[in-house]
Design a protein around this ligand. Structure first.
Ligand code: SF4
Length: 220
């Protein structure tokens, strides 16, 4: 992929989002306030299958009560549930968060690891969560692909893939590294406000003249 093309696409999409007044994704807001990897890890886990406004309020509640891994480990699972609900799968996430805190204390000296494999070994942590912690918490280049990034990369014809994991591998091959970190925030926001999962707003989109709209059956 040509850097000039990506520079102008990033700028066109960002300008449109600004004109629309689209807020940042919840985890980006948390990271802007303080990019401590612990905060990114907790809020990204809460964000899975959860609306952005719920993610933000649940993350704020638990991060206010548990300011560190040690604080989190000292809470019991029911307390964590109460703090993060109504996030999707809050019971399962509460168990994972408790277990993660214990593992980080016992195996990583209380520090969130800045290593993909060590992050992936934590309960409830998949490639998306691990990549976002590396990106936003440590400033380490990684391609973080969620459902929006996967869908838009396919619609724009960058990749032709069936899963987020495949998209992540393809984008790492074809996309210059300096775009890896900003990609997630841009496309998550774009997917929430313009390139909607069902019936994207193609008539308003900054890319309407260039996008092949691959796989789009209905648009506005
Ligand atoms: S033209 Fe439509 S499908 Fe293509 S990026 Fe824009 S909103 Fe998405």
């Amino acid at each position: 992929m040509k850097e000039e093309y990506l520079d102008s696409l990033f700028s066109r999409m960002s300008n449109l989002l600004e004109e629309m007044g689209a807020p940042l994704p919840s985890v980006s807001i948390i990271a802007e306030e303080d990019n401590d990897p612990y905060r990114i890890l907790v809020s990204t886990i809460i964000s899975l299958r959860t609306r952005d406004d719920v993610t933000l309020s649940s993350s704020r509640r638990i991060l206010q009560k548990a300011k560190s891994i040690d604080d989190l480990a000292s809470l019991d699972t029911q307390e964590i549930e109460e703090l993060i609900k109504p996030a999707g799968f809050y019971r399962r996430k509460a168990q994972d968060l408790k277990r993660i805190a214990q593992i980080i204390q016992s195996e990583h000296g209380g520090m969130i690891p800045d290593d993909l494999d060590k992050l992936l070994a934590l309960p409830g942590v998949g490639i998306k969560t691990a990549s976002l912690v590396l990106n936003l918490g440590f400033g380490i280049d990684a391609v973080c692909v969620d459902c929006h990034v996967h869908e838009i990369a396919n619609r724009l014809g960058w990749v032709c893939t069936k899963s987020a994991e495949e998209t992540e591998r393809e984008l790492r091959k074809i996309m210059p590294q300096r775009f890896w970190i900003p990609l997630n925030e841009l496309l998550v926001r774009y997917g929430q406000y313009v390139c909607l999962p069902i019936s994207p707003l193609c008539s308003k989109c900054s890319e309407k003249d260039y996008c092949p709209k691959a796989g789009v059956l209905k648009s506005r």
